[in-house]
Design a protein around this ligand. Sequence first.
Ligand SMILES: O=C(O)c1cc(=O)[nH]c(=O)n1[C@@H]1O[C@H](COP(=O)(O)O)[C@@H](O)[C@H]1O
Length: 281
Amino acid sequence: MSGLEPFGARLRRAMDERGPLCVGIDPHASLLAEWGLNDDVAGLERFSRTVVEALADRVAVLKPQSAFFERFGSRGLAVLEASVAEARAAGALVVTDAKRGDIGSTMAAYAESFLHKDAPLFSDALTVSPYLGYGSLSPAVALARESGAGLFVLALTSNPEGGEVQHAVRSDGRNVGATMLAHLSAENAGEEPLGSFGAVVGATLGDLSSYDLDINGPLLAPGIGAQGATPADLPGVFGTAVRNVVPNVSRGVLRHGPDTVALRDAAERFAEEIRHAVTSS
Ligand SMILES: O=C(O)c1cc(=O)[nH]c(=O)n1[C@@H]1O[C@H](COP(=O)(O)O)[C@@H](O)[C@H]1O
């Protein structure tokens, strides 16, 4: 199977050309209502299509959150499928946020669903959970390599509850989150200009200088906007690894819809604040 150019290389180029902002497509029921849409498949489709049309030709990454599509069953998944394809066709990289994780043999089927180049839901990258053990992700790592896709592995999540798992200290003295970062570093060793195996590290977490964030891969940083972090926080959280950060904003942009110009303006304001924070750090 001949795949695409590796995700890491495609992402680096998109970040250089468009800036690193990732906008989430999170069609919350409350946002559908704010946009004057019904909480049904037609509302979902209108919402998702509006975001794609407004932003896919200008932001580096769009990240549809699968849960909001799954709420509507097979018809919701059909909307997700069309949104992924339309966003990719318009030039955005698509990270499908489905946070999959299971025993290896089942993980292989999840990988086939999102990372096989002929899969209806093929995405440039997928969010995955390593909390059945990092090794359980190996079928997804292997298929991503073959297809030129990538993964974002939950390492240090943005939510306050994450610490009870991720900060737990192992018998070798390292905590669980740091161990995930070390696995990713090994995965990305020698890759240029950037590896394809990213970590999810919340922008809400404060100073992370005790962690080695230099994994030679992208760091997806949710938490900006609705969860309280700001672009100005990024250098303090990520230190020199900030150059590899892909900051995600979902509600902070989406609440400006449904007007296309207002959505674009909101994304541009975040992009500008991010540019300023990163270049002046
Ligand atoms: O993997 C993610 O994207 C993710 C990881 C994490 O640690 N925290 C987190 O908020 N997310 C996702 O990022 C998005 C954040 O949305 P807003 O809080 O609306 O910007 C949601 O889709 C979350 O599911």
